[in-house]
Write a new protein. Structure first.
Length: 419
């Protein structure tokens, strides 16, 4: 196992924040805006330094917004759905407003969410002391079904590739497989001895993998509900997992025949992020741990980035970028970069268009990119008023965010990446 030491951190100088009411204000017709000009706050928070604060004034739809109270903030471009601002002629941020807000799907804490290509969303939220899984229409936010079957708190929810089957997990130690069309549970997977934190779907979905507070990683057959194998037991509590296709060139120590009921597990790499900072890579078919790294922070989310990249979001506010390497038959993670420009814990990640959206505990949701062909390296989705962004999802047209305030916000991709 590699014990990771922090490299010289490549710091972006800080984070810019905009009053979440800005886009609501500027889209009110002038005849209804009796108090023009209207001021909204803007701030720039350098990492581990005192913040800089100013105001943006909306003078009316016919006039450009103006920075008042300070000349540190300069407006570069603006529109009904975006505002691009620089701080001291650097640190450019493009702010983007919501296209729609679904406020009635959940009461609070939208901790997990997934979106199908067929226009259906599924999410996990809270109502009082109860967790609630709900299916809803992406176009309207209308609730279609409620998935009622777990005892206690729910922990995760995912859609299968078909878009009509759902898997959930919870503190009751089980996984449930549901029909999105009827809302009925067709299979309950039992075998874990503690809460099931996350799941990942193998191939088209005949098998799934789960990670649990009992420190095990298990492989299941969805048709029979049987646990096919305990893939690994690790020295940490696995919190989050993801699967990606990967052609293994490293030596296999556990090569075996496929078990009955096992499908599409060849060339599948599972990465697991853990409570105390362990990152584990597993060759699912071989049941072999192919790499382990340890970082000095709990892991909140982990995502594949292309064929050979992995992004890790941490409790200590940092975002780590790794590349997968294979040398002399051994796999390893190579740390390429650490972003550390915020003092707020990362809660969620979403890879989009040569970059990654990072949802944080302070309510910010910012897109980072290293692509030099991209004009703007950072974009902020505005809307949550200091409510943590617990979940992120997307379809072909929209980005969706789920926050502590219970609201699911939609952002149009064409607003995000175009003027």
């Amino acid at each position: 196992m590699v014990e990771e030491s922090m490299p010289s951190v490549q710091e972006l100088k800080g984070v810019m924040y905009l009053d979440p009411s800005w886009f609501d204000i500027i889209n009110i017709p002038d005849e209804k805006n009796k108090g023009l000009p209207i001021k909204s706050w803007i701030s720039f928070k350098p990492f581990c330094q005192k913040g800089h604060h100013g105001f943006m004034s909306h003078l009316g739809k016919k006039y450009p917004p103006e920075s008042t109270n300070t000349d540190e903030f300069q407006v570069q471009s603006y529109g009904p759905h975006h505002l691009t601002v620089t701080f001291n002629n650097t640190n450019e941020m493009r702010f983007v407003g919501t296209k729609d807000v679904f406020a009635s799907i959940h009461h609070s804490n939208v901790t997990h969410m997934d979106i199908s290509k067929g226009g259906i969303g599924v999410s996990l939220g809270k109502e009082g002391k109860k967790s609630v899984f709900r299916i809803w229409e992406c176009s309207t936010g209308i609730i279609r079904r409620e998935l009622d079957g777990h005892c206690g708190y729910g922990y995760s929810v995912r859609l299968f590739p078909s878009g009509i089957v759902i898997i959930t997990s919870g503190g009751d130690m089980v996984l449930n497989i549901w029909s999105a069309e009827t809302g009925k549970s067709h299979r309950t997977l039992k075998g874990h001895t503690a809460g099931v934190n996350d799941t990942a779907i193998v191939g088209i979905g005949k098998n799934v993998v789960s990670v649990s507070n009992d420190s095990t990683i298990r492989l299941w057959n969805c048709g029979s509900g049987l646990c096919l194998d305990v893939i690994s037991k690790i020295d940490d509590v696995p919190i989050i997992c993801e699967i990606n296709d990967y052609i293994f060139n490293c030596n296999s120590h556990n090569l075996k025949e496929r078990k009955e009921g096992e499908h599409d597990t060849e060339n599948k790499l599972l990465v697991v992020g853990c409570e105390k900072g362990l990152i584990v890579g597993v060759n699912i078919f071989d049941r072999a741990v192919v790499f382990q790294n340890k970082i000095d922070s709990g892991i909140k989310d982990i995502k594949f980035n292309g064929e050979n990249g992995i992004l890790v979001g941490c409790e200590n506010d940092s975002l780590h970028k790794y590349s997968l390497n294979s040398l002399n038959g051994e796999m390893s993670l190579q740390l390429e970069r650490v972003w550390l420009d915020s003092e707020s814990s990362i809660e969620s990640l979403l890879v989009v268009s040569d970059g990654v959206f990072v949802g944080r505990r302070d309510g910010s949701c910012i897109w980072y990119s290293e692509n030099h062909d991209v004009g703007i390296k950072r974009i902020s989705l505005v809307g949550a008023d200091a409510d943590p962004i617990y979940s992120l999802a997307k379809d072909d047209q929209y980005i969706y965010t789920g926050a502590r305030d219970g609201k699911i916000r939609k952002y149009l991709l064409s607003h995000i990446f175009k003027s």
